[in-house]
Design a binder for this molecule. Structure first.
Ligand code: ADP
Length: 235
C-alpha cells in the first residue's frame, strides 16, 4: 500500500539546514493498522504529511496505492489527497461556518457529485459514525468526541483506501478517545481501510497491528506483528 524509499525532508532554517527525516525507508501493507510513535519533534507528523501528499520530500520516493507521489504535479497531488486519502487531525479541522453535513460533503462537493447523491452519502456516513440527526448543526455545538467523528465521516466520504490520522485522540478524554480508536479499528477490520496513525499514547498504539518508532528523523523500530493471526492476514 505504501512504500517509502530513502526519503529525507530538509528544512532550511536561519541556523542552517535541518533534516526532519533522514534517509527513511518503510513499507505498509494493504489492510494494516500501523501506529507511528516517538518523542515530540522526531519527525512523525512530517512523515505522515509526506505520505498524504501534503508536502514533498527533499529526496527519495513515496509510492501510495501504486502512485508515485514524487512524480505528481500540484493539481494531481490535490486530486490524490481528495480521492485516495482520508485525513484525521488532532484538532479535527472542521470548518466552523459550515454545518456538519456540509463539512462531511466537502470533497464530494469539490468533486461535483450530484446533490441528491451527496445527501444519501452524508446520511450513510452520519449513521456509520453514530451521529444520526446532527447534519444541520454546527461543529461548535458538538463535543470534541463528536467533532472527531464528523472528521472521520468527512475522511470517509470519497471511500479512501487509506486513512492518515495525526494524534486523533490527542484532544479527547479517555472514553471519547477509546470510542475513536474503536471506530478506526472497525473501519480497518471491516472496511479493509489501511490506517496509519501517529500517536504518543501507548494505549492508543495497542489497537495497531504494528508500531513503528521514529527518533531524530530515523525509524529505529519497524515493529513485529502482534500475533500469528495478523501476520498470516498480512502475508
Ligand atoms: P513530531 O510530529 O514527531 O512531533 P514533526 O514532524 O512535527 O515532529 O517535526 C520534526 C522536526 O522538524 C521538528 O524539529 C520540527 O521543529 C521540524 N519542522 C517541522 N516542520 C517544519 C517546518 N515547516 N519548517 C521548519 N522545521 C520544521
Amino acid at each position: 500500500m505504501i512504500s517509502v524509499s530513502n526519503v529525507s525532508k530538509m528544512y532550511t532554517l536561519e541556523s542552517g539546514d535541518f533534516f526532519a527525516l533522514k534517509d527513511t525507508t518503510m513499507q505498509v501493507r494493504k489492510g494494516e493498522f500501523v501506529a507511528i510513535m516517538g518523542p515530540s519533534g522526531s519527525g512523525k507528523s512530517t512523515l505522515l504529511q509526506l505520505l498524504g501528499g501534503l508536502d514533498q520530500p527533499t529526496t527519495g520516493n513515496i509510492i501510495v496505492d501504486g502512485i508515485d507521489l514524487t512524480k505528481l504535479n500540484e493539481k494531481e497531488r490535490t486530486l490524490f489527497r481528495r480521492t485516495k486519502v482520508g485525513f484525521v487531525f488532532q484538532n479535527y479541522q472542521l470548518l466552523p461556518m459550515m454545518t456538519v453535513g456540509e463539512n462531511i460533503a466537502l470533497s464530494l462537493t469539490a468533486n461535483n457529485t450530484p446533490k441528491n447523491e451527496i445527501k444519501t452519502i452524508v446520511q450513510k456516513l452520519l449513521s456509520e459514525v453514530n451521529l444520526q440527526g446532527k447534519e444541520s448543526v454546527f461543529p461548535s455545538q458538538l463535543s470534541g468526541g463528536q467533532q472527531q467523528r464528523v472528521a472521520i465521516a468527512r475522511a470517509l466520504a470519497m471511500k479512501p483506501s487509506l486513512i492518515l490520522a495525526d494524534e486523533p485522540t490527542g484532544n479527547l478524554d479517555q472514553k471519547n478517545g477509546e470510542d475513536i480508536l474503536k471506530l478506526l479499528s472497525r473501519l480497518n477490520k471491516e472496511e479493509k481501510i489501511t490506517v496509519v496513525m501517529v500517536t504518543h499514547d501507548q494505549q492508543a498504539a495497542q489497537v495497531a497491528d504494528r508500531i513503528i518508532v521514529v527518533r531524530d528523523g530515523m525509524i529505529v523500530e519497524e515493529g513485529g506483528y502482534r500475533n500469528e493471526k495478523v501476520a498470516n492476514r498480512m502475508a
